[in-house]
Design a protein. Structure first.
Length: 398
């Protein structure tokens, strides 16, 4: 009974079948068919989780770039002031030195910088409230769990944090905002930033694919190191026993690290033909190096610092390291420091300036020494003018 419809459909005459009305798809986009063809590149997703997994957890170049930047930026000393004098014992200084019970200053800032580099966004939560109006603790939240909720004016009126099936809403209507959202520039998004990892995602895919190909080569799945050719006088083939004996001898005496370089003894009729890399294989390896260089460029890390061959942009390692701090680390630190200072100043109700201490950076010591020498030899400048050129407040104390 269940298959009667098959028999009834088969009994319909061709004339009646052609007279039936044509079927129409209910979907308005039914005519849009996606054809999958060979030869097209398969790119990984561009969401935050996929970028972190493929570009950081599974890619050595991306991992090293993010770690180098985050650790270098977190180690940069900060100067806290009110615009005129330093505030070494200010509550903000104590808060930044120990943001929460589980993290010290370096670990907290490393999380903030890492999220900013991987996703283009960094979210800092203010937990608790002190008598001064400052938060009691600061926490760096995961960007992939945070969602901006725009208001009627287009600006975020709240942020929603989702984890474990639960959602927590942070209202941004109050003057003491509980969330600080730091983001990089994105030309096509009003609420979220664009990370260097997203810009380098194509190169990350190429580098990962090249690494997978190299692994397959090491597993002898891509190309053997050579071939043993059997040439019989009568043109025949090896017997089953001869073949098994040859395979066992190769596995026992010529496989593994302890047998590396051991000479092979071949009997009559056997000849060894080594197999090297073809020109296309060598070009593939060069493509992997070029992809690694592109990833480093996207993050602003000189390839020389990563040991990538073929880069001669800088004369030496010291010059490359100085350019790394000047062009990449310090702009990142200044951006985060300015955002933290403005956010905490609004909560404390007083002027707060937070900026990197350039005098305490060993990488910039030669530049600072040259600047100090030029300024000290300028007899036409007053003491206050010299201090202003060096970034020091007027007066006799810092």
């Amino acid at each position: 009974m269940a298959f009667n419809w098959l028999r009834s459909a088969a009994e319909i005459s061709p004339e009646r079948r052609s007279a039936r009305p044509a079927e129409a798809k209910a979907s308005a986009v039914g005519a849009a068919v996606a054809w999958a063809t060979t030869g097209r590149a398969a790119w990984s997703p561009r969401d935050t989780v996929s970028l972190a997994r493929n570009g950081f957890a599974r890619n050595v170049i991306g991992f090293r770039c993010v770690r180098m930047l985050a650790e270098a930026a977190a180690a940069v000393p900060m100067i806290l002031s009110d615009g005129e004098r330093r505030l070494d014992l200010h509550p903000v200084a104590r808060l930044l030195e120990r943001p929460n019970p589980g993290q010290v200053r370096a670990a907290f800032l490393e999380s903030v910088y890492g999220h900013l580099l991987l996703s283009g966004d960094a979210f800092v939560e203010a937990a608790g409230m002190l008598a001064s109006g400052l938060p009691a603790e600061l926490y760096a939240l995961r960007p992939d769990r945070m969602k901006a909720i725009p208001g009627t004016d287009g600006w975020p009126e709240a942020y929603e944090y989702a984890v474990g099936g639960k959602k927590l809403r942070f209202e941004m209507s109050s003057e003491a905002q509980p969330i600080l959202h730091l983001k990089t520039f994105h030309p096509l998004d009003d609420h979220y930033g664009m990370s260097p990892m997203e810009a380098a995602s194509a190169s990350v895919d190429i580098h990962n694919a090249a690494g997978a190909w190299s692994k397959a080569l090491l597993d002898n799945a891509a190309r053997p190191s050579g071939a043993i050719v059997y040439r019989a006088a009568d043109g025949g083939t090896m017997t089953e026993n001869q073949y098994r004996r040859l395979v066992e001898e190769l596995e026992d005496n010529h496989q593994g690290a302890r047998n590396a370089g051991r000479p092979m003894l071949l009997e009559g009729g056997l000849d060894w033909k080594p197999m090297g890399f073809s020109p296309s294989d060598m070009e593939f390896l060069q493509t992997k190096t070029a992809a690694a260089r592109d990833i480093a460029i996207a993050f602003g890390v000189p390839p020389m610092l990563l040991g990538i061959p073929g880069d001669a942009t800088y004369a030496n390692y010291q010059e490359a390291n100085r350019a790394f701090y000047r062009q990449t680390v310090l702009p990142l630190v200044s951006k985060v420091a300015a955002g933290l200072a403005a956010w905490l100043a609004a909560q404390a109700g007083e002027a707060i300036v937070l900026k990197p201490d350039l005098d305490a950076l060993p990488a910039l010591a030669p530049e600072r020494e040259a600047l100090w020498r030029r300024v000290s030899e300028a007899d036409f400048l007053s003491e206050d003018e010299k201090r202003a050129m060096l970034g020091l407040p007027a007066g006799g104390s810092r």
